[in-house]
Design a protein around this ligand. Structure first.
Ligand code: PLP
Length: 429
């Protein structure tokens, strides 16, 4: 355990954690002891005992401005002084109205209507519900399935799980329980005409039974950290539009500048019918997500059976989260990210490309503020993490991947340290 006067308190907390607390995808008690974090500021996590780690993960894509950003702290405190939460049924408030307006203004053309909910998985559920309800309302109730490509990840609730990569992983537990969807092969990194044709064929062949195609644009995140050619997004747009199938972009990981463009969709210049946002929406402060849709989708749903979208969570439009999200968008609107992300991209390339060809390394790839080292074997997560921590870097490898998506405010020297941490993790794990 950590030394010092608070070592006893830290040991007690870790013992209680083992006794009572679930962690993501963890057994109970956990297989590996978690690191106890006491505070976080800028790009650094401060552990019990005083050790500081550069956060290479942005707390899973979320903390793009780093921790304790003065503008975000102030927005949260200010809103807490007015109203923390009120129900959204029959009531509305400025934080939600202004945030929805901001999002509609920033989103790809045509996405004008905003459903505010509380996590990425739920925003995907809502997107799917929108697509199914709109198809029913348009007289196509038999269109209840979804299509996607392999290698994706869209969340852990049941409908999102059904469009995650079906091979391996936690979700194979649910074979036979999940709705059966339609899958194309994983999207290649390079342009491949025959893959594009296969996508179009899949949509044509299944158009009578699919409500929507759902994909992560440009980067498939938790399904394998793979990048694909943006032109496939245009292929999907054309084929779905031709057959009355809705196109859903899940920008929960890719949104808000991470890939070097404001949205992943911007790499292809296409607008989906429905789009999911989450994670960095609040700069990582609070749990908030959004599902945006076009007027055509909204009007179909509103004219259909029930007269509205069949969803309405308790914490819809939470004012604290909306206020922080607006402050985060305003930081992004200042444009600093557009200078920083290419610098981070260059720093990650410089630091990670030399690992290509190293023993155990199968691939190195960098896009925007995302750097990935893929090994030729599954990582020993505890060992790899410990090696990065010894370098003063927080990483969370999974499967055969050691990767980073650091806060946009990470300086060049810290980006170089993150790359060094990845190199150590790759050598150890
Ligand atoms: N969709 C994508 C692309 C994601 O990366 C994630 C989270 O990792 C989700 C959906 C689910 O979001 P949440 O974990 O907030 O439910």
């Amino acid at each position: 355990g950590p030394p010092g006067a608070d070592g006893g308190a830290a040991a007690e907390l870790l013992a209680l954690d083992r006794a009572h607390v679930w962690h993501p995808y963890g057994p109970m008690p956990g297989r590996n002891e978690p690191y106890l974090v006491e505070s976080a500021e800028g790009v650094r996590l401060r552990l019990a005992g005083g050790r500081e780690l550069i956060d290479g993960m942005s707390s899973w894509w979320a903390a793009i401005h780093g921790y304790r950003h003065p503008a975000l702290d102030a927005a949260l405190a200010d809103q807490a002084g007015r109203m923390s939460h009120v129900m959204f049924g029959g009531l509305t408030h400025e934080p939600a109205v202004r945030l929805a307006t901001d999002l509609a203004g920033l989103a790809p053309a045509g996405l004008e209507h905003v459903f505010l909910c509380d996590s990425g998985s739920i925003s995907v559920e809502v997107a799917i519900k929108m697509a199914l309800q709109a198809q029913r309302a348009l007289g196509r109730p038999q269109r209840q399935r979804l299509a996607t490509w392999r290698g994706g990840y869209h969340g852990d609730t049941f409908h999102p799980m059904s469009v995650c990569d079906p091979v391996g992983g936690m979700h194979s537990l649910w074979t036979g329980v999940l709705p059966r969807q339609v899958f194309a092969g994983p999207p290649p990194a390079a342009w491949d005409e025959s893959y594009a044709t296969a996508l179009t064929d899949m949509i044509e062949r299944h158009a009578h039974e699919i409500a929507a195609v759902i994909v992560e644009p440009v980067v498939q995140g938790a399904g394998g950290m793979r990048f694909h050619h943006p032109e496939y997004l245009r292929v999907l747009r054309e084929a779905t539009a031709a057959h009355g199938v809705f196109l859903i972009f899940d920008e929960i990981a890719t949104g808000f500048g991470r890939t070097g463009r404001f949205f992943g969709a911007d790499h292809a210049g296409v607008s989906p019918d429905i789009m999911c946002l989450g994670k960095a929406l609040t700069g990582g402060y609070l749990t908030l997500a959004a599902t945006l849709c076009t007027s055509a989708v909204a009007e179909a749903i509103s004219a259909g059976e029930g007269g509205g979208l069949a969803h309405g969570p308790t914490f819809m439009g939470n004012p604290l989260a909306c206020a922080v999200a607006r402050a985060s968008l305003s930081l992004l609107r200042d444009g600093g990210w557009a200078q920083r992300v290419p610098m981070i991209e260059k720093g990650l390339r410089d630091g990670l490309e030399p690992l290509r060809g190293a023993r155990g390394v199968a691939d190195v790839r960098v896009l925007g503020a995302i750097g990935v080292v893929q090994l030729d074997h599954d990582v020993d997560v505890a060992k790899a993490t410990a090696a990065a921590v010894a370098e003063g870097v927080w990483l969370r490898p999974f499967r055969d991947l050691i990767y980073t998506m650091p806060p946009f405010v990470t300086g060049d020297a810290d980006v170089a340290r993150i790359a060094a941490g990845i190199a150590s993790a790759a050598a150890a794990g």
